[in-house]
Design a protein around this ligand. Structure first.
Ligand code: AMP
Length: 290
């Protein structure tokens, strides 16, 4: 039977604590260490549903809403430390997101002994194969490389408890829908499926319908966590006026501390050098520094 229940969270959720949501001490300690004080709306909505084994979830949420912890915390809670099977799989559209999600999950697991393995194209296949020989709790990865490993028997998803599709609309744009379907067909049919997407284009809605049993849709329309504490301003300036404008912005503040992001390493060196030349206390940082 299919249930199309929709919970829409437009106003800030009631203030609850992570402890009220039913997480155990080991994860609460990890959250304290990470400095998360209270759950974001999507976390308050989703964590209890997953902890209570209720249903599959379609989460309409953008990056910045705390969606990674919304699925990561309850999934970590439900996994068995003594099992050597792959118990959860998180599919992401890019190598960057794979690493970001794996990092976040590593921070959230605290002392819970669950191995988190990122798998993506561009990294040595043999090295990944070796990593996969040891017991593994959660695999985070991009579809193409995961398929290679599944085909060669390096990944067994028959005991999977959770399949998470992160940024499903981005995976659609990247042309991964058939790959996702193939991967899902190799997983334990009893698994729970959690799908997250900022938008719901028709092929994603269809995917959700076909691969999810009784699902609940949770959407968060609130401002994202990352922007709520930051005022964002932009100035339109000519390329030739950029340095002058930057210096004025710095000078306006009594004590200016800041990060300046550039597109290339060469830009980083050039901007830092020009600012240092003008007497500002600046350090450059990019991948070529030890
Ligand atoms: P995400 O939407 O999962 O990409 O998360 C955005 C950022 O918010 C990440 O840097 C998280 O570490 C952070 N974050 C997630 N949940 C919370 C929370 N409850 N309190 C504070 N920060 C959070």
């Amino acid at each position: 039977m299919e249930t199309n229940e929709t919970k829409t969270q437009e106003t800030p959720a009631q203030v609850t604590s992570f402890a009220d949501l039913g997480l155990s001490d080991v994860l609460l300690t990890a959250l304290e260490k990470k400095g998360f004080e209270k759950p974001s709306p999507i976390q308050a909505d989703i964590i209890p549903i997953i902890l209570n084994d209720e249903r599959d979830i379609v989460g309409q949420a953008q990056t910045g809403t705390g969606k990674t912890a919304a699925f990561g915390l309850p999934v970590l809670e439900k996994l068995d430390e003594s099992s050597s099977a792959i118990q959860a799989l998180v599919l992401t559209p890019t190598r960057e997101l794979t690493l970001q999600v794996a990092d976040e999950l590593n921070g959230l697991r605290g002392m819970k002994q669950i191995k988190i393995t990122p798998i993506y194209g561009g990294q040595s296949f043999e090295r990944q194969k070796k990593q996969l020989q040891r017991p593994s709790g959660i695999i985070v990865g991009t579809p193409g490389r995961l398929i290679d490993h599944i085909k060669r028997g390096n990944i067994d998803l028959s005991e999977l408890k959770f399949a998470v599709l992160d940024e499903a609309d981005e995976m659609l744009t990247a042309g991964f829908v058939e790959d996702i379907e193939w991967i899902l067909s190799k997983t334990n049919p009893e698994r729970k499926t959690l799908l997250f997407s900022a938008t719901m284009p028709a092929p994603i809605a269809k995917l959700a319908k076909e691969y999810m049993k009784e699902s609940v849709t949770v959407s968060t329309k609130r401002e994202t966590l990352t922007t709520s504490l930051t005022e964002q301003i932009y100035f339109e300036v000519r390329e030739s006026d950029k340095l002058e404008a930057l210096c004025r912005i710095i000078d306006v503040e009594d004590e200016f501390y800041g990060l300046i992001f550039c597109r290339t390493k060469r830009d980083v060196d050039a901007v830092a050098e020009k600012l240092i030349h003008r007497g500002y206390d600046v350090e450059a940082m990019h991948g070529d520094f030890s």
